[in-house]
Design a protein around this ligand. Sequence first.
Ligand code: CU
Length: 71
Amino acid sequence: MAKKTFQVPSMHCTACVIRLEGIEDELPGVIRITASYRKQQMEVEYDESQVSDTQIIAIAKEHGYEAIPLV
Ligand SMILES: [Cu+2]
């Protein structure tokens, strides 16, 4: 199990939080996404044997959000 935080600078309202958190139901292997509009971040818990951070970044992009992994 992996947990990674991404900076999402293009979040502009609380509806973005709901859209980003909805990704957890779309991408197999993603267990939970917790997004914060105030922090402009989303925290993703995922099974790294099923899904990679590259795929998470790609699906966020499909929704119109740039997700930058924090080291
Ligand atoms: Cu928004």
